[in-house]
Design a protein around this ligand. Structure first.
Ligand SMILES: Cc1cc2nc3c(=O)[nH]c(=O)nc-3n(C[C@H](O)[C@H](O)[C@H](O)COP(=O)(O)OP(=O)(O)OC[C@H]3O[C@@H](n4cnc5c(N)ncnc54)[C@H](O)[C@@H]3O)c2cc1C
Length: 460
């Protein structure tokens, strides 16, 4: 890293209209915070981008001074790839505009928009596209790695609904990519992450959704987990693609609809959303309740945007988090037994074992259609260790790694790059499988010097 003189900093500040922060400046510490409190890094320079035109000068400045470039949407990447010590952070948190074209059912979105910003804007017109389940997540990072949520069984991954992007290359050129313009790049960014350039705008296809949906939670004691998960497996194998049910094992939070004696006890939760006629969703909810004897449930008709925020309180920023994840083409008996066993040894009240069910439209896209390759995935397991005290780091990380190892024999090939922790670089190649060689070729074309390497890195 080279030393940057005050004069050079002044030149940067004068060449762009965005705010530039350096250590010691007001707000520097709050702006450098990201979702996972395990990551505490101090960039040399933060550019709080207010317009796309400020990206190229920021990249040029970083390259001139040999500063590692990181890019941040909403800072939810678990590995903390959006920030580095001593680097230059291109922070998009001020660029959150979402423009909806109802005539063509499309939305253009700035790269700092959260899922909450996106959903709020498109739902004004009763529209949506599949995104994740926590409204504070950034649409940029989520999209570039794949993206899935409550609408994915019906409409596919987020990338399956991406129509185009605008991007600034590491050489400062502004280009666009779609199936007709720079199609090699468009192929690569749909799953290949932030490896190829800095995206300044995303464009998505939209569908009529809600605005009301039938959704909710059905909670069973962990003692019934095996029976409930057997029925869950059966149900998810045949249910309509309007119906998405994820299963979560954790200690029960003090939710008002749960009896007090359940709070803090291990439970299995079926969280679901029905994307079609709410009356039909209510019928499906009754089926879920029959999987065992629920200790509580909270289901009903609610605005889609409310359901999209339902998990926010349990996923608030500021806690320490460590994730491990596998893809599955099915839920083997032995794998379920291991999950239930680990659910009985949760090392903190906030740890969760999440099984996301995504089979449906995403499976009907061919493996080589775009960089994201795991098209046979039916379920995604996320071992979400979460705790508050740094003294518990070892215990929680060890638990998570042990669980990951124990369930590995049942996992399919491939992995979801958006759930990878920093030390999983060796899984990147296998995550892309037969698409990896093509990704390397695109990386060589757009970023041969691997300037953008703070990501699930594709080495040129
Ligand atoms: C609480 C929580 C819930 C989640 N739920 C889901 C879910 O339901 N479904 C799902 O699919 N995923 C989910 N995720 C994972 C999520 O998709 C990733 O964490 C994703 O990286 C978040 O995007 P972000 O923009 O907030 O990340 P950031 O940390 O800001 O960015 C992550 C990386 O993306 C790249 N990047 C970001 N912006 C740009 C840009 N403009 N140009 C080029 N590269 C860029 C960079 O490489 C950056 O390091 C969840 C994560 C969290 C923490």
């Amino acid at each position: 890293m080279t030393t940057i003189s005050e004069e050079e900093m002044t030149t940067l500040k004068e060449s762009i209209s965005s705010t530039v922060l350096v250590p010691g400046d007001n707000h520097y510490d709050e702006v450098r915070e990201i979702w996972n409190a395990m990551i505490d890094r101090e960039p040399a320079v933060i550019v709080q981008c207010e317009k796309a035109a400020d990206v190229a000068p920021s990249i040029a400045f970083a390259r001139k001074h040999n500063l590692e470039i990181t890019i941040r949407g909403a800072g939810h990447n678990i590995a903390g790839n959006s920030i580095s010590d001593g680097g230059l952070l291109i922070d998009f948190s001020l660029m959150t505009q979402v423009n909806v074209d109802t005539a063509s059912s499309r939305a253009t979105v700035e790269p700092g928009a959260t899922l909450g910003d996106f959903d709020a804007a498109v739902q004004q017109y009763g529209l949506a596209t599949p995104v994740g389940i926590n409204s504070t997540t950034g649409i940029a990072g989520l999209t570039l790695g794949g993206g899935f949520g409550w609408l994915s069984r019906k409409y596919g991954m987020t990338i399956d609904n991406l129509l185009s992007v605008d991007m600034v290359t590491v050489d400062g050129d502004s280009i666009s990519a779609s199936t007709t313009e720079n199609p090699d790049l468009f192929w690569a960014i749909r799953g290949g992450g932030g490896n190829f350039g800095v995206i300044t705008q995303f464009e998505y296809a939209l569908y009529p959704v809600g605005p009301d949906v039938f959704a909710g939670l059905v909670v069973f004691p962990l003692e019934q987990a095996r029976q409930v998960l057997n029925r869950y497996r059966e149900f998810t194998g045949t249910a309509s693609e309007d119906m998405t049910v994820w299963s979560i094992m954790r200690k029960a939070p003090p939710l008002p609809f749960l009896p007090e004696d359940v709070h803090g006890k291990e439970v299995v939760v079926l969280a679901f959303m029905y994307a079609g006629d709410p009356a039909q969703g209510a019928q499906y909810a009754s089926i879920l309740k029959s999987f065992g004897e629920p200790c509580g449930d909270h289901t009903g008709v609610m605005p889609y945007t409310d359901w999209q925020q339902a998990f926010d309180p349990l996923l608030a920023p500021g806690a320490r988090n460590y994730w491990k994840s596998h893809n599955f083409t099915g839920l083997a008996d032995d794998a379920l037994d291991i999950m239930i066993e680990y659910a009985g040894t949760l090392p903190s009240p906030q740890c969760e074992i999440f099984i996301a069910h995504i089979s449906g439209a995403a499976n009907r896209v061919t493996t080589d259609a775009m960089a994201y390759a795991a098209r046979d995935t039916q379920y995604v397991l996320n071992v979400h260790a979460r705790w508050d005290d740094a003294a518990d780091d070892d215990t929680c990380v060890t638990w998570s790694r042990g669980f990951f190892k124990a369930t590995k024999p049942y996992a399919s090939s491939g992995a979801y790059v958006n759930f990878m922790t920093a030390e999983e670089g060796d899984r990147v190649e296998s995550a892309y499988g037969t698409n990896y060689a093509r990704l390397v070729a695109v990386k060589r074309k757009y970023d041969p010097g691997n300037i953008l390497h703070m990501n699930q890195n594709i080495k040129p």
